[in-house]
Design a protein around this ligand. Structure first.
Ligand code: GAR
Length: 196
C-alpha cells in the first residue's frame, strides 16, 4: 500500500475529496490527517463523521518564538509522519511554508494544490489575484513542493474561463469545483502508476 498523509489548516474541502476518493483505490490509503489549527472546520467535520481516520491535531507551541516555534512544530509533524511510515504527503489548504529541511526529506513525495495556473499568481489569495488581473481564464495546479513558494514542478493543471458576468464568488466557485476533481485525479494516478 502507498501510505498517504494529508496536512490541512482550514475548511478542508480538498482533504475531504481526497479521503472520499481514496476509499475506492486499491493501492493508496490515507493513513493520517494532520490539522494544525484548533478552529479548523475540517477537524469538526471529521470528528462528526466518525470516519475512523487517524486524525491528529498538531498545534504550534506559542510559548516558543520565531524559528524555534516552527522547528518544534515541524519536528512534531515529522514524528507523526514517521510513526505512520508515510510515503506521500498531500497538502490541502495547509497554510504554512515548510522548511527546506522538511522539503528535502519528502522531495518528490510532497504535493500541493494551488488555486491558479502556476507560475501565474503564486502565494496567498491566488483566486483574488487572478480575478483582479482580469484574466480571461484561470485555473488550478497540483505541483510538487520545493523550497520556493509555489515553484515546484507541475503535476497537473485544469483551466476555467472567466465569464463577463462573474463575481469573485462565481469565479472562486468555478475554480473550487475544478480543484475537487483534479486533486483526486492525481491521487488516482498515484494509485495506478505507483508513483507521481
Ligand atoms: C484551496 O483553494 C487551495 O487551492 C488553497 O487553499 C484552499 C483550501 O481550501 N491553497 C493555497 O492557496 C495554497 N497556496 P480547502 O481547505 O477547502 O481545501
Amino acid at each position: 500500500m502507498i501510505r498517504v498523509a494529508i496536512l490541512a489548516s482550514g475548511t478542508g474541502t480538498n482533504a475531504l475529496k481526497l479521503i472520499e476518493a481514496a476509499k475506492l483505490l486499491p493501492r493508496v490509503s490515507i493513513e493520517l490527517v494532520i490539522v494544525d489549527q484548533m478552529q479548523a472546520p475540517l477537524l469538526q467535520t471529521l470528528k462528526d463523521s466518525e470516519s475512523g481516520l487517524n486524525l491528529q491535531m498538531i498545534l504550534q507551541d506559542h510559548s516558543l518564538k520565531g524559528s524555534d516555534r516552527r522547528k518544534e512544530h515541524e519536528k512534531r509533524v515529522l514524528q507523526a509522519l514517521h510513526a505512520e511510515n508515510i510515503h506521500y504527503i498531500f497538502l490541502a489548504g495547509y497554510m504554512r511554508i515548510l522548511s527546506a529541511e522538511f522539503v528535502s526529506l519528502y522531495r518528490g513525495r510532497l504535493i500541493n494544490i494551488h488555486p491558479s495556473l502556476l507560475p501565474k499568481f503564486p502565494g496567498l489569495h491566488a483566486y483574488e489575484q487572478a480575478f483582479a488581473a482580469k484574466e480571461s481564464h484561470s485555473g488550478v495546479t497540483v505541483h510538487f513542493v520545493d523550497e520556493g513558494v509555489d515553484t515546484g514542478a507541475i503535476i497537473a493543471q485544469a483551466q476555467f474561463p472567466r465569464l463577463d458576468s462573474d463575481s469573485i464568488t462565481d469565479f472562486i466557485a468555478r475554480g473550487k469545483s475544478l480543484e475537487w476533481n483534479l486533486y483526486p485525479e492525481v491521487l488516482k494516478r498515484l494509485d495506478r502508476d505507483g508513483k507521481l
